[in-house]
Each structure stands twice: as C-alpha cells, then as structure tokens.
Design a protein. Structure first.
Length: 686
C-alpha cells in the first residue's frame, strides 16, 4: 500500500502537469533523494494495481490521459487502502474520541490495519493530552472508552477539530471525511444556514467566509450536543443583556429550536455569543455609494502622493478611487485584519516591486499611517495591487461582456482586487462580489453568466457555471478564463465580427474583396470562422450519432455508449471519453439543462472534429441522490466556437414542453433522430 505522503505526492503529479522533483521536495520539505524513493514506490504500486498497462516513470512519462487515470485512482482511494504515519494515526484516534465521544480500540485497530497494541500505545499518549484539559475516559462494555469531563471543554475541542478538518482539501477529504459524516449523522444543515442568514440580516452585515465557517461549526456542535442531551453548566458567565449581537442571538434562537426540536439554553446563547465576538463581518453600509468625506479625502491624498512619487497623474482614474474606497472602508472600520491573505504578500512584492515600494513610502507620509484610521502593515501589498491595476489599465473591450459574479473567501477587500484584475484584462461585466456562503441567498444569481470563485463551491447549488481561480490571477488562470469564452483584450479578432462591423458602413458589393484585404493586412490577428462553415456544421449531427438504449449500469457506461459513434467515426480519440466521464463526475450537476437531460463534455486536445453523440435511455440511470439521466447530449468541440450554434439550438429544443412530452414515448433511434435532425442547426447568415 501507499503511505499517505506518497498518496499526496501522487495527487500533486496528477493535478499539476508542470510539477518538478524540486517542487515536490520543497512542498513536502524533504530531500530530492527521499522524493525519488517515494516516486519509485508509487510507480511500483501503480503497476501492481494495473492503473497503467505498463510501468512508467510518473514524472517523465505522463500525458493527459495517464494523468486522468492517475487522478481517478487516487481520488477513489479509501483510508483503509493507505498506510498512515504515527502522527496521522494519532489524529484519527484523537478526533474520533472527541467528535464521536467514544473509541473502540479493537474496532479502530482493524480499520487502520494495525495491531491493538499499537493503538493502545497511541491511546495512552492521548489520555495524557486529555488530562491537561481535565478530560478523561471510562470503559463501557461493547462501546469501548467513553469521553468524560466538562461539557465546555468537550465543545471547545470539537469546535477546534471542526475548524481543522472542515476546510476543503484532498488531505482532509481522505483522512477525515468518513469521521465527519459519522459526527454529522445525516444532520440537516438547512436550519443552521437559515439561522446564520437571519443573523446576518439582523446585524446588517455579511460574515467573511472564515467567520461564517467558524459560526457554522460552533452551531453544529451546539445542536448535536443538545440533541444528545449534553448540557452546559448553568450560571458560569455574567454578561450585559444590552449587547446587539447577544440580543440578536436570543431573538433568533427559536428558529434553531424549531428546526431541530431542541431547547437552546441561556448558556448555549452565551457560548455562541463568545464565538460571534471573534468573528469578522462587513457591515452593509460600506457598500453605500455616498462615501464619507473623510475617506474620500484620505484616498485622494493617497492617490495624489503616489502619482507625485511615481511620475503619473491618477487623480482622474475613477476605478482606482472606487477600488481604494471599497478596500479601505472595511479596513478602517474593523479592529482586526484577516491574516489569511498574508500568503500572497511575497507574490505581490515580486510582481509589482516598484509599486509596492512606492505605496509603502506614501503610506508612511499620509494620515492613513496614524490616528483612528491607522491601517495595518498587511494592507500595503493589497493596496499596491490597486495602483498596479491603474498603471496597467487597458482600453475597454467593445464586444458583448459576460455578466460575472465574483465569489471569494478572503473577504470583500480581496474580492475587489480580483474584480480589478478581471475588469482590467477581460471583457467582463462584474455584477457583484460576495463571500461563498452568501451565494445561496444572492437574489441576482439567475442574471449572471458565470461565477468566478477562489473557493470550491457545492456542486448542487442552483447557479451559473463556476470557474475556480486564485485570488491573484496566475498565468494559468488567465488562460483558463479565455478557454471559457471570456475574451482577453489582446485576444485575436473573429473575422465574422469584424466583417459585420465593417459591413454596416460599406456600400453593397462583394464582401469577398474585403475579406481578402483584411486577411492580407491583419491575417495573424484574425480567426477565420467563415470558411467552410456550412460544411462543418452539416457534419456535426448525424443520424448515426443518435441512439436509444434500454438501460445503462452507470452514468459512466451511458457516456461511453453515447460517445462511441464519435470514436468510431474518428471525431474523437478514445481518451476523450475518459476525460468527459471525469469532468461529468466532478461537475455534472452544472451540465444538466433540463430535468433528466445532461450535456457531458470536456475541453481536450483529444478532439479531431466537432460533433454530437446523443443517447436516450428507456430506464433512467442515477447520477446523484437527486438527479437521474434520461437523455445525454455529449459533444466534442475542436475549438471554442464551432459547436455553439448547434448546441444552443439543440438545447433550446430539448427544453421545450413539446419535446419533453414526446421524449417519454420515443422508443427507437429513428424516432429520436427525426426529432433532433428536424432542428435548424444552421447559423444565421451575417
């Protein structure tokens, strides 16, 4: 078996195509010799498990198809298939006892595949740690060791553990996902999320994501302990009854009581209030447009001083003023600063050294460095990004902009930095910036084309497609944005759009001469999407590509069946099928266009021609607990444009009540093909 460290190394290789031996050594803080030894073990294991048909050197011989296979193997591993180091095994024991309240040494030794004596030694060490917090255990027949001690200490331990393991990462998923599921025991979290939403409304603010997670974890502990009959000691706190936050908790507690059939005590409220006081949230008034005169004055002084030192005039840059206002307001109105963004400081200093140095000097000379409005030192690199964006701001792209919603875990300030980057480099219309937890309640969600997020979002949310990026856009992120159809200002020009614009100002005549002249003068900047358009489109949907089947054992088998005609007709390589299956497994919820109808696809170099493989199943196949598939419209796209017209027309048609009604009675491929081929998939002439 692989060790957990070897699994983590393999995961890095599977998810990061450009990772090197040096990168792995730095990340895991090991010598290159140790990493080489890990790689040998990984390669032998993969060969023995027949992940690859032959023995390969995974740092040298990996291609995209092999990377997909490796990623699939790694992500399907169970904890019982991994050898744990002593410190990892100890965490499993500790977290199990504290979260579940009991620990059966014999049972867990079998689960971890180690001797009971090994587990007993770990447990004895754990008892010493618990004793320091006045916690202990007692032995109970069949259940094993039961956790005992002050309820306040148990709850604090549980909150600390949840904060450590609830953040999304492959490490946490592998080690603790089963334990977290057991702790929650199918607890319906909707009551807690509704309570937090109402609390934010009552306090007229929005939690940062880290604070939202802290409150959510605390409430989960409160609810679960109360449902188990575990009560806090009465009368151990004395607090003011006039605090706004405390009064809000008292007023809203009835919602939790009704949702979970429990009684929330005064001590529960005070405990939650203590957690709430440690949280950060941005008050609603910082979004108002009538910015305070004082902040306006300070921002103007800052911009003026920077421009004087840097030799530019930025005093008329409205975007810079708005960006600094939005960023500085929450910093000035809060007593604490979120250090979670400190990991980006070196990257900002490296990318904008001159700007960073100038901002640091200017901040020392303006009123922002002293008094009530004093800014923390961590604000220097973030403010530098605003000035760097102003210095590099390009002319606005004239095409139709996608409506984008930005979701960010770092807080409103960092979200504004991401907005600045997107607005300055791409043709996007940023509708708003919100923390991830607020997405469910965002009222304009249906009006956005794309959500750009710095965090993983729940696949079952009903919202636009999601693109995950870094808080500070990397080169990889910039390429990913372009691949999603968000046009960079420097992107090549589509000939059809240029011709349409020019034709509005030309007299009637043969446009071919104009096309020839444009190609001659601007050829390398043009994408010729006019030549052979009709030929290409007539080949995208063929009768042979439309199938009807009785059933499929899984959605993976259904996708393979739907794409088989495209493989047979040399439209795609077989590897593309695996890539689509992986993409649908990861993000399939976003690919449903109607109830029971999905459009699995992937962006890949394994595509030779644009085409559609369509499959109808008489017996629906299960995708998730609340989604089944009646019909698949799988497609391959050679570029970002060739499939759009046909796809839009097909999707629009299959969503109509007429087709959805007819779908139930369709029994043969000929019937389905007649429906699909009756759609006008040709594009309108320019």
């Amino acid at each position: 078996m692989l060790t957990l460290r070897e699994v983590m190394v393999a995961h890095q290789i599977a998810t990061k195509p450009d990772v090197t031996l040096e990168d792995l050594a730095d990340q895991f803080e090991l010598s290159k010799r140790t990493i080489r030894y890990d790689l040998e073990n990984i390669e032998e294991n993969l060969f023995a498990r027949k992940v690859f048909p032959e023995y390969i050197a995974i740092l040298k011989d990996m291609d995209e198809q092999k990377r997909v296979s490796l990623r699939s193997y790694i992500e399907e591993l169970h904890l019982s298939e991994v050898t744990l180091a002593p410190q990892e095994r100890y965490l499993i024991l500790k977290y199990t006892l504290i979260l579940l309240g009991k620990l059966n040494l014999t049972k867990i030794s079998k689960e971890l595949q180690v001797s009971r004596m090994t587990v007993k030694n770990d447990f004895n060490q754990l008892l010493k740690e618990l004793a320091k917090s006045q916690l202990s255990t007692k032995l109970k027949y069949k259940d094993g060791y039961i956790l005992t001690g002050k309820e306040e200490r148990v709850r604090q331990f549980q909150r600390d553990i949840l904060e450590n393991i609830s953040s999304h990462s492959f490490y946490n998923e592998l080690l603790f996902s089963d334990l977290l599921d057991k702790f929650l025991a199918e607890l319906d979290l909707s009551g807690i999320t509704e309570f937090l939403y109402n609390l934010q409304q009552q306090l007229r603010g929005i939690f940062t994501d880290s604070s939202y997670a802290r409150m959510k974890n605390s409430l989960m502990v409160t609810v679960i302990r109360n449902k188990a009959g575990k009560q806090l000691t009465a009368g151990n706190r004395t607090v003011s009854s006039t605090d706004e936050q405390l009064e809000a908790l008292k007023e809203l507690k009835v919602g939790l009581e009704e949702a979970y059939a429990i009684t929330i005590s005064h001590e529960d409220i005070e405990e939650t209030w203590a957690v709430l006081k440690q949280c950060r949230f941005v008050r609603s008034e910082i979004f108002e447009k009538d910015y305070s005169i004082e902040i306006d004055r300070l921002v103007y002084q800052l911009v003026q001083a920077f421009g004087y030192r840097y030799g530019v005039d930025l005093t008329k840059d409205k975007e810079l003023f708005d960006g600094l206002n939005n960023h500085l307001k929450p910093l000035m109105r809060q007593s604490s600063f979120d250090d979670s963004s400190s990991i980006m400081f070196e990257e900002i200093q490296s990318e904008y050294p001159g700007v960073y140095e100038t901002v640091a000097e200017v901040l020392q000379e303006t009123p922002l460095s002293a008094g009530a409005c004093q800014l923390p030192q961590q604000a220097v690199p973030l403010i530098s990004v605003h000035f760097a964006a102003a210095l590099h701001r390009q002319s606005v792209y004239t095409g139709v902009s996608k409506k984008v919603l930005i979701v960010c875990s770092q807080g409103i300030g960092v979200s504004k930095l991401l907005e600045e980057q997107l607005s300055s480099q791409f043709n996007v219309d940023v509708q708003d910036v919100i923390p991830a937890h607020y997405l469910k309640h965002y009222s304009e969600k249906a009006n956005v084309d794309l959500i750009i997020s710095t965090v993983d979002l729940n696949a079952d949310e009903n919202h636009a497609p999601v693109l995950k990026v870094s808080p500070l856009l990397t080169q990889k992120d910039l390429k990913q944005l372009e691949s999603e159809g968000i046009i960079r200002h420097s992107k090549k020009i589509e000939l059809s759009k240029l011709l349409a614009i020019l034709s509005e100002n030309l007299k009637e005549g043969d446009s071919q001469d104009l096309i020839t002249a444009l190609k001659h003068n601007f050829g390398r900047f043009l994408v010729d999407d006019l030549s052979n358009r009709e030929v290409r489109e007539s080949q995208q949907v063929k009768e042979a590509f439309v199938q009807v089947a009785d059933r499929a054992d899984s959605f993976k088998e259904a996708i393979s069946l739907a794409l088989k005609p495209l493989v047979d007709h040399k439209y795609i390589e077989q590897a593309y099928v695996s890539e689509v299956i992986h993409a649908f497994a990861e993000n399939g919820s976003y690919m449903f266009v109607a109830e029971g109808i999905a459009i699995p696809h992937a962006r890949s170099e394994q595509v030779k021609e644009t085409g559609f493989g369509i499959l109808k199943l008489h017996e629906p196949v299960r995708y998730s607990d609340n989604q089944t598939i009646d019909m698949l419209i799988c497609f391959s796209s050679r570029d970002n444009l060739g499939h759009l017209d046909a796809l839009i027309n097909i999707v629009d048609y299959v969503k109509t009540p007429e087709f959805l009604s007819a779908l139930r009675s369709i029994r043969t491929a000929d019937e389905l093909a007649r429906h699909i081929l009756s759609i006008n998939i040709e594009t309108e002439e320019l």
